[in-house]
Write a protein that binds this ligand. Sequence first.
Ligand code: SF4
Ligand code: SF4
Length: 422
Amino acid sequence: MNKNENKRYERLSAKSKGQLIIESENVLQEMQQKFENTIPGMEYFYDVAKQYAGGQLKNPERKKYIATNCIQVPIELIYAANALPIRICSGAYSMSQAGAGLLPAKSCSLVNATLGTIYTNSFPLAQKPLTIITPTTCDQKKKLSEIPSGIDIPFYTLEMPPSKDSEEAQEYWYRSVKKLKGELERITGNRITRSKLKKAIIKVAQAQRAFRHFHQLRKEEAVIRGTDAILIANTFFYDNIDTWTSHLVSLNAELEMRKSRDHNGSESRYPRILLTGSPSIFPNLKLPIMIEKMGGSIVADEFCSSNRLLYDTVAVDEWNMYDMVPALSDRYLKACTCPCFTPNNDRERKILAYIKDFKVDGVVYQSFSGCQLYELESLRISAVLEKENVPMLYVETDYSPDDKGQLATRTEAFIESIKNNL
Ligand code: SF4
Ligand code: SF4
């Protein structure tokens, strides 16, 4: 960068970081003040989200960290290399504006915002990541590393197969995961040993166990607002995993008590909504907040930023490398229902199972403008739901606040129509 470009970059970076703080505080205030009956155990998660926005997350052991920008990166390998995985997929409008200038006009907000985060150096931790791992899931994400932007952090492309059912695809992915293990050892300078990987798998499984409990608690009654549930899962992207798990365990205990006292965080008589599609990531909780403001109760979601992130666990038979690495690669491939896979019948099955288990009255399908994958797959999901007589609202949106009025009208009409048929 020359002197002028450098000055322009510094101005943009300072402006975007300032806007991110304001934007995040506004969303947190909206979540905490505009709804009644907040849950004390949520305070911790609100606080982590606030620290994230301010780039003030704590790293007391000063560990090296690896940035990931999709759910498909096996974080257990990063922990086993004695580093921290920080998912930098961003939901910030300010960051999407910063990234938009570097990408074609029709790029999705999530991709714009993720590039904006990297470009303006707005990471949740003070230092920069060692590398940014980009799986070849969606085309827009995989091309990020090739954008001429002057970014000085190396990207690592994690190759993924386009399908997950064939033996060839599974073998291909297994080799990618093995290669990633070697690469992480090289980048961090730490060997991934059997015992370190075992410890990492157990650590992540504990977080997943707490999350599954949380998920189960939401089944019968709407014990917590869906917006809060999404925020909790989002904070897993960057929080200390042990602290996050212990706070979720405490929150679960609190929810159990509220449940037994029949004291709900969200009114269960309201239409029960399942959210799916392009992932809602803090601070872009525009659609979930709108649904709950309009009287819907989000009882479950099928987002890669929430339920998909934590639900499935690694199943290890023997605690040796020959079993752990294949088990890890299986878990990340088979459980994923991202529309980047063809066929993707598992997503259909998962959505139908959620509808049955969570007594869902209607589905809201979010698709970010420019995301062809979710848009294309909405056609099949909508046909499946129609067959099952489950109403679906398809919403194309982005991170800008400009469509809030239109969203309010559409979500209100959808929720009212469900209420009329309850
Ligand atoms: S939508 Fe798919 S590609 Fe995008 S972050 Fe989620 S899993 Fe990754
Ligand atoms: S929302 Fe769509 S375009 Fe955006 S990152 Fe996810 S899959 Fe890619």
